[in-house]
Write a protein that binds this ligand. Structure first.
Ligand code: ATP
Ligand code: MG
Length: 382
């Protein structure tokens, strides 16, 4: 079967439409072992960005796995009064990276937000939850798990809130086609099949926004990114992040200020403007403390990067992976090469548990830009 027929079959569109989609620069083809995948690089035909049409060439089974839709960001908590009509659940916004897991016939696939299969993530999730997932998909073959991969040992996101976790997978939503299961249904399936779900901060009536403001203050200092507020039928949802995250992200992004720096700053400052505005209005005043934190976040890490670069110390980004099979490391390195993200392995150390800790570097562009400024003294910006 060719891709055109697969699209006609799975999406219920005409061959002409399928041809146009295949030619468009908004889709890309990926081959992963027996799987042929067409990824939507933007929203198309009502499907979100990251939607993957997956075809197993060994069994001829195909299906659409919709992308995980963006969650609107709330800047003013008081507004939940207007956004929600009935009781909401407030649950932890887990700071990791988004991974969907679904079955294609007998096979289980895991897809990143962009619709790719990251060999490391895939291997780790199946190693931890393979048995449970097989049972789950036997009973619910069409279910799509949407979850966060978390912990200290991964190539993408490390976060203080999960300092003592090496790797785990927390399921925050379940989809059937493009529809989310209700919170109750999600929880009961997760309990039945032994999957983890996010911590809940309880149920609130929309007019109880003041209690949610208090909750948001209690979450500061706990290393928790923020929360997602969902209606119980899971049809309406908004996300919210706390000051320590907004400023912490800027701090993190400014280490490589020619890369994340630019795109990180404005949206996060915007979040903080309205957060502080609302906190002050509700009797909290962090004043100077926040101003100083933000100023430090903007300047301290980049100055350190400049100093390290000048001394010739490495200032690329380091991360570790933990694997019991080094073939997966090769697959991962090839995968990153295809994404044009150069990775250097700097050491492989056996652990007492029979695994390997692999120390890696993600090569960054910022140090090069800094070197050129240190050489010439001239700014690339005005
Ligand atoms: P978006 O596409 O929604 O703008 P983003 O990729 O910029 O998102 P975030 O700002 O981290 O990501 O917020 C949304 C993401 O939060 C979701 O895609 C999901 O990966 C993650 N998440 C963590 N915890 C939850 C939760 N309890 N419910 C829903 N999503 C959650
Ligand atoms: Mg996130």
């Amino acid at each position: 079967m060719n891709l055109e027929d697969i699209l006609v079959d799975t999406l219920g569109i005409t061959s002409e439409k399928a041809k146009t989609i295949l030619k468009s620069r908004s889709t890309k083809k990926i081959v992963h072992k027996d799987l042929l995948i067409l990824v939507f690089k933007r929203e198309m035909l009502g499907y979100p960005e990251g939607t993957s049409i997956v075809h197993d060439t060994s069994t001829s089974v195909s299906r659409v796995i919709p992308g995980y839709p963006p969650i609107p960001r709330l800047l003013i908590l008081e507004k939940i009064r207007d956004i929600f009509k009935e009781e909401v659940v407030v649950e932890e916004k887990i700071n990791g990276y988004n991974v969907r897991v679904a079955a294609i016939g007998e096979k289980i696939v895991s897809l990143t937000r962009g619709g790719n299969i990251c060999p490391y993530t895939h291997y780790k999730i199946l190693k931890l939850y393979g048995e449970k997932l097989r049972k789950l998909f036997q009973d619910y073959p069409d279910l799509i798990l949407c979850g966060e991969a978390i912990g200290m040992d991964n190539p993408y996101v490390r976060y203080e809130g999960y300092r003592n976790v090496s790797f785990d997978y927390i399921v925050f939503d379940m989809m059937q086609e493009r529809k989310f299961l209700s919170i109750k249904k999600r929880d009961s399936i997760a309990v039945e099949y032994g999957l983890k779900i996010p911590r809940s901060y309880g149920f609130y009536k929309p007019e109880e926004f003041r209690r949610i403001i208090d909750l948001s203050v209690q979450l500061e200092e706990k290393g928790i990114e923020g929360f997602v507020i969902k209606s119980m039928d899971n049809e309406v949802r908004v996300k919210y992040t706390v000051t320590s995250t907004n400023i912490g992200d800027i701090r993190e992004g400014m280490r490589f200020f020619f890369e994340e720096g630019r795109t990180y700053i404005f949206p996060r400052v915007l979040r903080e403007i309205f957060r502080q505005y609302e906190l002050i209005k509700n009797g909290y005043d962090f004043g100077e403390e926040v101003y100083v934190k933000l100023g430090k976040a903007l300047l301290e890490p980049p100055i350190e990067t400049v100093a390290k670069t000048e001394k010739g110390e490495m200032s690329d980004e380091d991360f570790t992976l933990v694997l019991d099979d080094l073939r997966i490391l090769d697959e991962f390195l090839q995968y990153m090469e295809k994404q044009k993200i150069p990775i250097h392995v700097i050491g492989i150390y056996p652990t007492s548990g029979g695994e390997y800790r692999i120390s890696c570097l993600k090569i960054r562009r910022t140090p090069l830009r800094i070197k050129s400024i240190l050489d010439t003294g001239i700014s690339p910006e005005d």
